[in-house]
Ligand binder design. Structure first.
Ligand code: GAP
Length: 380
């Protein structure tokens, strides 16, 4: 949604040389230990006690740690040999770096500008878990923001604040969000500075996103390995240089999980417990539910007419089963911001009732005004 950022959808399977150049073949690994007693495997750096097996409780039963590469490997073509090994991407970022020059030229971008992409990444995690917090197949949303080297610190600070604002704007509670700078010994091989955006999950603070200053590490590495010129010529200063890169790298799966937790609310309404997902309307999967008060044919026909008016514009649901109270609750639970109810009066006055998920207040409005009414309340 910005003039200085363009989108990309790069390949999931890249030439293996890409992952050699990026450093992933050599250093994208976690320390793996196995319990000699129960044979369960763990990430050493995630163990609370590095001497005690969390599965069987035995002490001093771990093997020596070995570095386990997290990339999924497969083969290109019908013959399986070392010559045709390829990897599923463990991050979307490298697809951006190797397409930097193509995108810059075709989209005619000048520094500073970003290339962003959303897509699946794959990691052979040793210990997936905590629902969708850590999975082996997950959705990332990453951006590489290319800038002049002398402006990198400024853009780094800018994106840290901008990304924090993004979470708050979409409804994350401020007390549940923090920015945490990496210590020197935590930094990835490509980064001179990183901040994590952490969320307070039920088990404690954990990472949603990393914002890294990657300097010119990646463009230089790909230029060296491929022989392509990935420098940038600044037409104003007439200098040629490798752009520096600020990278906000977020997990879409993990972030969605955090939005769900943050929106989940149990409240008492007129002596009854109500569960409601107070998702920002932009995140709600269903924006409007259209509900006839009864299953009678003439009400269902008007319901279909109202639904058709809305369907082009929003994701909607039509629900005709069970009592109206139950159907409101069901929509509350999945976070639907508005319910439009067609009742017997609608047949005479061509008006419907629109109910707000959070306030539960209802407005009576003519059918022909429903789209306008909802448009002013459902941004985006
Ligand atoms: N390009 C840099 C990069 O990939 P990362 O910190 O390894 O950085 C970015 O990954 C984000 O991707 C993480 O902050 C996290 O939200 C998400 N992520 C990483 N591994 C994940 C996994 N196994 N399951 C779900 N999300 C994951």
């Amino acid at each position: 949604m910005r003039g200085d950022v363009v989108g990309l959808d790069s390949a999931v399977i890249q030439a293996p040389q890409v992952w050699v150049a990026s450093g992933h073949v050599n250093s994208f690994s976690d320390p793996l230990v196995e319990c000699r007693h129960c044979h369960n495997r763990f990430r050493l750096d995630k163990l609370e006690d590095t001497d005690q097996c969390p599965s069987c409780g035995n002490r001093d039963t771990f093997t020596e740690a070995r570095e386990f590469n997290l990339m999924f490997r497969t083969h290109m073509g019908p013959v399986e040999s070392a010559d045709n090994e390829v990897y599923l991407r463990p991050e979307t970022a490298q697809g951006i770096f190797i397409n930097f020059e193509n995108v810059r030229r075709t989209a005619r971008m000048r520094l500073p500008f970003g290339i962003a992409q959303i897509g699946k990444s794959f990691r052979n995690e040793i210990t997936p878990g905590q629902f969708v917090f850590r999975t082996r197949e997950f959705e990332q949303m990453e951006m590489e923001f290319f800038c002049r080297p002398d402006e990198a610190d400024e853009w780094f600070q800018y994106w840290i604040e901008e990304r924090r604002r993004w979470y708050l704007d979409l409804g994350i509670t401020e007390e549940n969000l923090r920015l945490r700078p990496h210590d020197d010994d935590e930094l990835s091989h490509y980064s001179t500075a990183t901040y994590d955006v952490d969320y307070r999950f039920p088990w404690g603070w954990d990472e949603l996103e990393g914002i890294a200053n990657r300097t010119d590490f990646d463009l230089k590495a790909h230029a060296e390995h491929s022989g392509e010129d990935l420098t940038y010529f600044d037409p104003i200063t007439e200098e040629r240089f490798f752009p520096h890169v600020i990278e906000p790298a977020a997990g879409a799966t993990r972030t969605t999980f955090a939005f769900l937790i943050d929106a989940y609310t149990e409240e008492e309404v007129r002596g009854e417990q109500r569960t409601v997902l107070k998702l920002d309307p932009r995140l709600a999967p269903v924006k409007v539910a259209v509900l006839p008060l009864s299953k009678k044919d003439d009400l269902v026909a008007v319901t279909a007419e109202v639904a058709d008016l809305l369907r082009d514009r929003w994701m909607i649901e039509v629900d005709v089963t069970q009592s109206i109270g139950r159907r409101y609750r069901r929509q509350d639970e999945i976070g639907t911001p508005y319910c439009v109810t067609v009742d017997f009066d609608t047949l005479d006055d061509r008006q419907v009732t629109v109910r707000d998920r959070d306030t539960m207040e209802q407005d009576r409005i003519p059918i022909e005004n429903v789209v306008g009414y909802l448009e002013s309340r459902l941004p985006g």
